[in-house]
Design a protein around this ligand. Sequence first.
Ligand code: ATP
Ligand code: MG
Length: 413
Amino acid sequence: MNDVFGDAAPYWDRLESAAQSLLRGYGYHEIRLPLLERTELFKRSIGVETDVVQKEMYTFDSRGNTSLTLRPEATASCVRACITHGLLHNQRQRLWYRGPMFRYERPQKGRYRQFHQIGAEAFGFVGPDVDAELIFLSARLWRVLGLENLSLQINSLGTPESRLVYRERLVDYLNAQKKLLDEDSRKRLQVNPMRILDSKNPDMQEVISGAPRITDYLDEESANHFGTLKTLLTDADVAYTVNPKLVRGLDYYTRTVFEWETDQLGAQGAVCSGGRYDGLVEQLGGKPTPAIGWALGIERLVELMQMADSAIDTGAPDVYFVMVGDAAMQVGLSLSEQLRDRLPDLRLWNHCGGGSFKSQLRAADRSGARLALILGDSEVERSVVAIKPLRSDDAQASCSWGELGERVAAFLT
Ligand code: ATP
Ligand code: MG
């Protein structure tokens, strides 16, 4: 679990505000969800046999002896909220959320126990138009952030029925190869055989590449859905690879699944993953409602942004106010409030805590401000402020208190 501060913080800000603005632009509304839910919710949605539920959840008994869990992801919470508030009665919803998720994982670079996601969910759309829209939205976000080299993998898991048929074929195949399976995969063979396809063990890759492909078992409607999605992506120039081994870790996915990956972060290459979960709303007690969403991992994307050295707003002020002496401090603080009234977006740092001209001017320079305002006893006596450009050779000027707002505004535009 990390503290985020210093140089990293502006990157978080940049990512969050870019995502927020795009999501709004596409018609998604923000939903703020609690960090705690009843444990049942995650067992019923993510699936009892998944790694997340088996090994990764922070679960505890609350005072009333209810079992609660720190959310490992927010799709289930989002569905729960929609059902609680009747948000899906005869209506569609496009929603997004952001915030911390908690998984008891083995900590390593890019894999944390508290990590942060931004996610988008669309309810009530059968697709594949909205499937494509959600992918376009994520692709646009990478462009806005200046991230190149992210690659998109897609797959279709079909319907629960077609998946069952595939699952049997897969189990037959894997059983015949049992000698070649590692221990983990042998365990998975019983409970969650499709996750074997996800194995990162190099010794397993040969068995896996010979396995039957789920895309060969799709029902007609799922196959058409997938075909149209591919056309829509191609039409929009969004490059993709079909990866029949992409099965995703959570049980609730149907039809479309996808993942954005990078090869710049070592083993933790997935930066955004998602998929369709047409059965989940009903499974959690709502009316049958098709749905699809994705979630991106903020830590991994911030890491990429830092590597790409994306232009970032470091938060430097426009103006640094130097005030030397008690009289200057008294006048200066009131002038700076007047400046803020006049220019509400102004970034203005007061030098609090006193000190010499020299030390205050050094602090002004370090702040990155474009302009220093300087007030000492002699300026106070004459009712003026000295204005000193810090990033150019322009000469220092002086102006009356009444003109200050106008002069600063003129200088900054
Ligand atoms: P992975 O294969 O890396 O374990 P996942 O399939 O478990 O990822 P999802 O549950 O789909 O991931 O979450 C969506 C995104 O959240 C991932 O693509 C990743 O960027 C990020 N993410 C997931 N788990 C972590 C973690 N423990 N630490 C940091 N980021 C994470
Ligand atoms: Mg995981």
